[in-house]
Design a protein. Structure first.
Length: 472
């Protein structure tokens, strides 16, 4: 593991480390590797000599360094052009900003933050820790704008963002981070970070929080912690979002994103929302707590993965609807594995008009049921308990002359307080059900209430007994 030391020698900063390269040009390098900043120059020195540096996350060569510690300095730094490392050194008081609009191929690094650098020639790796303290950026006024706007090949790391959503005129305000190649044309409060119609964006070691207004229950306008619109190759990790009046993370028409090690608490709408034809999205090692409307929402897209996460206390206290911990709508191919859902005002898991849905190895407790509505897929190795108020542990529902195929295997279908373990219901449609190894201590293990032209085909095993079109 690389070791490093930051020292200050006048205008020079030196990072010392034992580095090893990665990739085709990688090699173990004996001895000491250093990264030094003198003036606006940043150089890595290895046993092979001096060389330039590359941001290892984005692959962008960083040819100059600019320091900033106030609003005007930040604005000036962004105008230094591409391939610039901007270091915000931080101070005791927050830095009031409007929108920090990064240019392409720029990295924004907060004081005390760590940036992994790669040698341009040798591929040596050094974890460079910036001088200074973690800066806090705070919205200066109430325009509907991001605190940070990102574009292609940007990296934002090591910052705290405060969104005072009490600073607003009427229905306008701030968001945290945003990026879009087109004019932002939505009425929002200030938000955190955003970007769109851009590619190769990395956001890590960032904390975003609302410090001002609380939701009044009447407005339909919102803000987000991170909003990415029409982007691709997005990486977000080691990020927390707290108390925003909108979605914690919102992807709109994003093609390719990885999200991991994130914690979203008390977002008024969704903890994480993916929608409008987004594809190839991976969300792992996540925590979503007390979301107002939806914990994890995946809508209109394909190839989604969510694994090793927790969704707790999804409420529905806003807009008078919601409270779905995991909600899928018109999705093709999604894998949900190893997720714990605890407490859902409306439903623990709801899939609507979706296909190839694989729900496995998960736990739904305290009012968190599972519903497949006109959806096909599988439910495997999952526990559902404490859903007495829902009336059922798992519900398969069909209509509109659709045929759905669902495999139910190795499921705990409710407990002694659950009225129905497995419910099959609908009309003018067909449910093709299969599976084995299911157990249930519910009052009724299985019901079939199909009406009209509706039918159930196939066989499902519950408590070592096979059930076909009729259930006892």
């Amino acid at each position: 593991m690389a070791w490093r030391l930051i020292v200050s020698l006048a205008a020079t900063f030196i990072c010392l480390g034992v580095g090893s390269g990665t990739g085709a040009a990688a090699q173990d390098l004996p001895g000491r590797t250093t990264v030094s900043i003198t003036g606006n120059d940043i150089i890595m020195t290895t046993a092979d000599g001096a060389e330039g540096v590359i941001d290892d996350a984005t692959g962008v060569a960083l040819n100059r360094v600019v320091f900033a510690n106030d609003r005007s300095g930040l604005v000036a730094a962004t105008y230094q052009g591409t391939n610039t490392l901007i270091i915000v050194k931080g101070r005791a008081a927050p830095i009031d900003v409007r929108t920090v609009s990064l240019r392409r191929n720029q990295t924004l690094l907060g004081g005390g933050g760590t940036l992994r650098l790669r040698g341009a020639s040798t591929g040596a790796i050094v974890d460079f820790t910036a001088p200074g303290e973690t800066p806090t950026l705070h919205n200066w006024d109430n325009r509907p704008s991001p605190l940070i706007k990102v574009v292609s090949n940007n990296h934002v790391v090591g910052l705290d963002l405060e969104i005072d959503q009490a600073l607003r005129r009427g229905e306008g305000g701030y968001v945290g981070i945003y990026g879009s190649g087109r004019q932002l044309n939505i009425n929002t409060f200030y938000y955190g970070i955003g970007g769109g119609t851009n590619y190769n964006i990395t956001i890590n070691d960032v904390n975003i929080r609302n410090t001002g207004a609380v939701w009044d229950g009447t407005s339909t306008r919102s803000s987000d912690g991170i909003l990415i619109r029409e982007g691709s190759h997005i990486s977000i990790y080691d990020v927390t979002v707290t108390g925003v009046l909108g979605d914690g993370i919102n992807f709109i028409t994003v093609d390719g994103a990885q999200v991991w090690d994130v914690a979203i608490d008390n977002a008024s709408l969704a903890g994480i929302r993916v929608n409008n034809g987004s594809n190839d999205i991976s969300i792992t090692d996540f925590s979503i707590t007390d979301a107002g409307k939806t914990g994890l929402g995946l809508f209109s897209g394909s190839n989604f993965t969510a694994a090793n996460g927790e969704v707790d206390g999804t409420g529905g206290q806003f807009f008078g609807v919601g409270g779905r911990s995991i909600n899928l709508g018109k999705v093709t191919s999604a894998s949900i594995d190893g997720v714990t859902v605890d407490g859902s005002a409306v439903s623990g898991f709801l899939a609507i008009q979706s296909t190839d849905i694989a729900l496995s190895g998960s736990s739904f407790v305290n009012g968190s049921d599972i519903r497949f509505l006109n959806s096909s897929g599988s439910i495997v190795g999952t526990i559902v308990t404490g859903v007495d108020e829902r009336g059922h542990a798992v519900s398969l529902e069909v209509g509109n002359r659709r045929t759905v195929t669902v495999d139910v295997t190795g499921i705990t279908l409710g407990d002694s307080t659950t009225p129905i373990g497995l419910r099959m219901v609908g009309e003018n449609g067909t449910i093709n059900v299969s599976g084995s190894g299911n157990i249930s201590t519910a009052v009724t293990a299985c019901t079939n209430t199909m009406e009209g032209a509706g039918e159930v085909i196939g066989t499902v095993e519950i408590n070592a007994a096979s059930h076909r079109a009729t259930c006892p």
